[in-house]
Design a protein around this ligand. Sequence first.
Ligand code: 2P0
Length: 330
Amino acid sequence: LNKADVARQLLTGCATSPAKTRGEAFAPSNIALCKYWGKRDDDLNLPMTSSVSISLGDLGTRTALSMAEGADTVTLNGEVLARDSTFALGVSRFLDLVRPHRAAGFRVETVNSIPTAAGLASSASGFAALALALDDLFGWRLDPKRLSILARLGSGSAARSVLKGFVEWRAGDSPDGMDSFAEALPERWPDFRIGLLTVSSRPKAVGSREAMRRTRETSALYHVWPAIVERDLALIKEAVSARDFDRLGRTAESNALNMHATSLGAWPPVLFWLPESVALMHRIWALREDGPAVYFTMDAGPNIKLLFLAAETAVVKSLFPEVHIIAPFG
Ligand code: 2P0
């Protein structure tokens, strides 16, 4: 079973020609509080474990789509991309899953509202926006579950970006992945804040796909990861429903550090941190000693994402003047 088979199955009975001349959609970026780290199927982006994230409100990707004969054209933030660029190739490969016939081309216009220097993954919001824009263009009206599965075929974390607020992506266990999709948690938390601290916006040495694969295959520490996730997932969901910020922050920070620990045990080792990342961690821990409940999480890169509540905004701004603050619930 490959991606094309799954896409065919997913879109059974769906229109193969556009319902309108232009489809358009927005999808938020997301940050995992309990991480997706390791796949059980590399082609279908099926995860070893479930994960929980928070979507970033109006920070994400807006994509417009139309069809024209010939090769795909992909525009990113107003610039036409070379056909052989990583981004354009990734988009075209994803569009192959739904292309009505071989000569059918798409015009894709993508605009990211994520500050490009923030080093936030744009693949999650990018593939989610693409899946939603296809649904709009073809008039499919897929249910949220199918939209999440379609987005996942582009990038694992995109499964979570088709939804707002707190989102849980259940790993599922079927080989075709039809039970591996995301659902929104019911809770809203208007005071929840995320602070982006950019350490480096240079492309990382090892991409997350390769880092996950290497970690799963070579790190002895990976064997404990599923148990860590099982514990943290339950704690995070409890913390969200009880609005227990300390429990949420502690669990999310520990989960990220455990994820990075598994990668350090891989060979060749994977270490995403830079000296500045470590310096920031020490500053955050020192700050917490003084009281303010400010925690952090990190993804497959050197940047730090602060987690705090609105009441700590002034403290965070004064200590980290360069911080970019996001209010996920608007
Ligand atoms: C996450 N990350 O849960 C984890 C934590 C990075 C660290 O999902 O290969 O771009 O496309 O499925 O989703 C980044 O990996 O990987 C990621 P693919 P993806 O957010």
